[in-house]
Design a protein around this ligand. Structure first.
Ligand SMILES: [Zn+2]
Length: 433
């Protein structure tokens, strides 16, 4: 039943242009995905919602867009070269590879063959910078966006005259050569993160850690995730990453079980101190008021964009019976919806109606993402828009020609209202906030 819902989401995503398998014409590349026209809109809207909430609405956070490729010393300092590994074993018989923790260490779980000795496998993707491939120009695709922020801590603090506490926010791609991928876009080797490193005075980190957990939990609710499908889960001591003192995950109840959407970690002064040591550059902050110098502590809310999108899709998916027919709709928050309104002529055979409908569409373009569709009956046109989460359908009918009013239908309530064409823009902008 629940896995059935996942299949419906995967099928809807492909059929309606949200998410396609990458390189599908060549048989696809394992667990990599392409966002289609509607998926690209949804992703852009989600990033904008996150950026606005953090960078614009707060006033204590600056944005950054660091490069994916970084000096290899970065990953020595961060501990990723030495410690970002999985312990793996191979089956000598069927050649399957497993995380050692998922086996008994002796026999292959599938064929019963003998397993190799466990060995460490680094999860960073490697490449070479420049035309020669050798050890000296080996670099990594960043496994997290965080380090781009840490290495720029002094640049941002100085350029923007920031005083602690303040944060730096970044959205960008990261890469991990995961052994186990799957559950559609939930775990893939190339993914996008939305991360904040929030720099605080040592001694205040516990308070900020708690604040950020609540702040981020409430953000998902604000954009429509049902509260009962979210929970906070604090990591056990042996589960916390090498750089952190404490970590709490915000988990979503996916059809395949409770899984992490975002982690809020207390990264202490670990990263800045490591960079200070390896680069010999001062990472201390001078506190004017207290007249003291210190390396700030860092609270990191780090969310996965791809898994958030999946959660918003799953959470908003509805099926119901309307007049004996199945209606599928995405009851997604209007600021995330890929298309905000669709203009639909009731009678496409009347040229005056289609002409006016096209004029209304053109007039709305530029202020909202709007589409025009006259390729089916009105019932069919409504269903098409419901399924992709379009909040409003605007129909133009015979009466529109004389009373200059259109019918605006709400996706969730299916209630209809007659609105003057001249008031339409204002009406939609009010409803879409
Ligand atoms: Zn085997």
């Amino acid at each position: 039943m629940e896995q059935d819902l996942m299949q419906k989401i995967v099928s809807l995503c492909k059929r309606r242009g949200f998410i396609f398998q990458s390189s599908e014409i060549y048989g696809g590349l394992a667990s990599t995905w392409d966002y289609g026209p509607l998926g690209a809109e949804l992703k852009k809207n989600l990033k904008e919602a996150w950026w606005s909430s953090n960078v614009y609405d707060r006033g204590d956070i600056e944005g950054l867009d660091a490069s994916i490729l970084m000096h290899p010393a970065t990953w020595k300092a961060s501990g990723h070269v030495a410690g970002f590994t999985d312990t793996l074993v191979d089956c000598r018989k069927c050649k399957k590879r497993y995380k050692a923790e998922n086996t008994d260490g002796k026999k292959c779980p599938e064929c019963g063959g003998e397993l190799t000795e466990a060995r460490q496998f680094n999860l960073m993707l490697k490449t070479h910078l420049g035309s020669v491939e050798n050890e000296s120009n080996l670099i990594y695709m960043r496994p997290e966006t965080a380090q781009g922020i840490f290495v720029n801590f002094q640049n941002v603090a100085t350029a923007m005259r920031r005083k602690i506490p303040f944060g730096i926010a970044q959205i960008g791609k990261a890469f991990r050569n995961e052994i186990t991928t799957g559950n559609f876009t939930f775990r893939s080797r190339e993914f996008e993160q939305m991360e904040i490193e929030y720099f605080v005075k040592p001694g205040t980190e516990d308070e900020w850690y708690k604040k950020w957990i609540d702040e981020r939990f409430n953000w998902y609710i604000k954009f429509g995730i049902k509260k009962e499908n979210l929970r906070k889960r604090e990591h056990a001591k042996d589960e916390v990453a090498h750089y952190a003192k404490a970590c709490t995950d915000i988990e979503y109840q996916f059809p395949f079980g409770w899984s992490e959407l975002e982690g809020i970690a207390n990264r202490t002064d670990f990263d800045l101190k490591q960079h200070m040591e390896l680069s010999s550059k001062d990472m201390q902050y001078f506190d004017d008021e207290a007249k003291e110098r210190y390396v700030p502590y860092v609270i990191e809310p780090s969310g996965g964009i791809d898994r958030s999108i999946l959660a918003f899709l799953v959470d908003s998916y509805r099926e119901e019976q309307v007049r004996g027919e199945k209606r599928v709709s995405l009851s997604i928050h209007s600021s995330l919806a890929p298309i905000k309104a669709a203009v639909l002529p009731l009678l496409k055979k009347k040229p005056e109606i289609t002409k006016l409908a096209k004029e209304i569409t053109a007039d709305l373009r530029g202020s909202i993402k709007v589409v025009y569709d006259d390729t089916a009956s009105i019932g069919r046109l409504y269903r098409r828009q419901d399924e992709i989460g379009t909040p409003f359908c605007i129909t133009v009918d015979v009466d529109t020609l004389t009373d200059k009013k259109v019918t605006v239908r709400d996706r969730d309530t299916m209630r209809q209202e007659r609105i003057e064409i001249t008031n339409l823009k204002e009406y939609l902008s009010r409803k879409l906030t």
